[in-house]
Design a protein around this ligand. Structure first.
Ligand SMILES: Cc1cc2nc3c(=O)[nH]c(=O)nc-3n(C[C@H](O)[C@H](O)[C@H](O)COP(=O)(O)O)c2cc1C
Length: 400
């Protein structure tokens, strides 16, 4: 076995949390929580990953508050789901895997019809194409009071997550969600101390990090996922993201996950491979939506050819800049990819689509040194987020 693969499969610690290996399941909102309640199917999805040998799984989406959800069927952290969430976590932990939760807020865009006459809030007022279909085309700008409430809600959600049994929390600072909206100059056009320079734009994300840290204590593992690029002119670039990572490191994060792209502006930058429009066309019955996808699909979902380890070069700049742990993410599928990432000095690897294709990947890597994962990066799993039953690998299971 290569030294890198050996390292990946060996035990590790994250701020004192013992992990049986360095392979972590990436956050992939599964769409398996109808009514905002974890379903048996969601439990089984994560239990299966635990059985397959993953070091730690990540439950996404864990909304910081009810209004922080994009869809009604996303979880938000509150007592009403304590029993179901505690049972899910206990079931997964019984397999030997640790359980992290991705703590997130959608900020200025939402399709959640429970907003009922109110509108989503972000750093600055703006048009929200995603909200259009749910009758929420305009987002408002947060007041100082709104920002205080947001910070408090993150802290309350984090306390709940610790209490309910999560081993770690991954704060979402990327992909165009609320904290990333503050970080990006494209969505943050504020003229107060929360807008302008990068230090100002990081003020609210760092307040959230501090509040979450105070809520969970020094010995609780906190990860932070960032975007290294917005994928739109005038947005965050890798050089800015290196400084974002450094500020989070200084602010007390335990591990950075340098991802890229935005769900709202340029999702394909995050995934690479076949356009999501293909899968969405397969799922969408509404004739108007189909027409829109045919006309706009190539603009909304730009084509970026898939390459193994497509974020390695930029992630290496983050690795070189910070003291905290770094979890590599993006196009890591085969034994040789894992070897390269580990040899390059990363502490952990987050795996998304490869584990949706093969939940036994960690066990299979241990059994077969030249393991190759069969995910074709068709990205049709992503189109199932809103479908009844949620995501699955369409190449493995019959369509239904
Ligand atoms: C179906 C699906 C859902 C996803 N949902 C989330 C999410 O809720 N939060 C997040 O940060 N990233 C999400 N992602 C992005 C992944 O975490 C990851 O960044 C991306 O898939 C690239 O990693 P990979 O090449 O290992 O798949 C999702 C990806 C997929 C395929």
């Amino acid at each position: 076995m290569s030294a890198g693969l050996d390292k990946a499969l060996s035990t590790a610690q994250l701020n004192g949390l013992p992990l049986r290996n360095r392979l972590l399941k990436a956050a992939t909102f599964e769409g398996k929580s109808p009514g905002g309640v974890p379903s048996d199917d969601l439990v089984e999805f994560h239990r299966r990953l635990g059985e397959g040998g993953i070091g730690m799984t990540t439950l996404a989406y864990c909304g910081a508050e009810a209004d922080g959800r994009v869809f009604e069927k996303m979880l938000y952290m509150h007592e009403g789901i304590h029993r179901e969430l505690a049972a899910l976590i206990a079931t997964v932990k019984a397999t030997g895997a640790a359980v992290s939760g991705q703590l997130a807020h959608c900020g200025n865009f939402s399709k959640n019809r429970e907003f009922q006459g109110r509108r989503p809030l972000g750093p600055s007022a703006q048009f929200s194409p995603i909200g259009l279909s749910a009758g929420m085309p305009i987002a408002g700008a947060m007041s100082a009071q709104d920002m205080n409430t947001l910070v408090n809600n993150y802290a309350t959600a984090a306390s709940f997550m610790r209490e309910v049994g999560f081993d770690a929390i991954e704060i979402h600072f990327g992909h165009g969600y609320a904290l990333s909206q503050f970080i990006s100059p494209l969505t943050n056009r504020r003229s107060d101390e929360y807008g302008g320079s990068l230090n100002n734009r990081m003020r609210l994300p760092l307040r959230v990090l501090t509040a979450v840290r105070e809520a969970v204590g020094d010995s609780f593992p906190l990860l932070g996922k960032i975007s290294m690029a917005d994928g739109k002119r005038g947005g965050i670039r890798p050089a800015d993201a290196v400084e974002v990572a450094a500020l989070l490191d200084a602010g007390g994060i335990d591990a950075i996950i340098p991802s890229t792209g935005t769900s709202s502006m340029n999702p394909m930058l995050m995934f690479r491979g076949q356009s999501m429009a293909v899968g969405l066309l397969e799922q969408t019955q509404n004739p108007l939506a189909r027409l829109g996808l045919r006309m706009m699909g190539s603009r909304l979902f730009r084509e970026y050819p898939y390459q193994p380890l497509y974020l390695l070069e930029d992630a290496q700049r983050v690795r070189d800049r910070v003291q905290c742990a770094v979890a590599y993410i993006g196009g890591c599928c085969n034994a040789e990819d894992i070897d390269r990432v580990m040899t390059a000095g990363f502490d952990f690897i987050q795996l998304g689509r490869a584990l949706i294709y093969d939940p036994d990947m960690p066990k299979n890597l241990a059994a077969k040194v030249d393991y190759r994962n069969g995910c074709s990066h068709c990205n049709r799993c992503t189109a199932l987020i809103e479908a009844p039953g949620g995501i699955r690998c369409v190449e493995l299971l019959p369509q239904g």
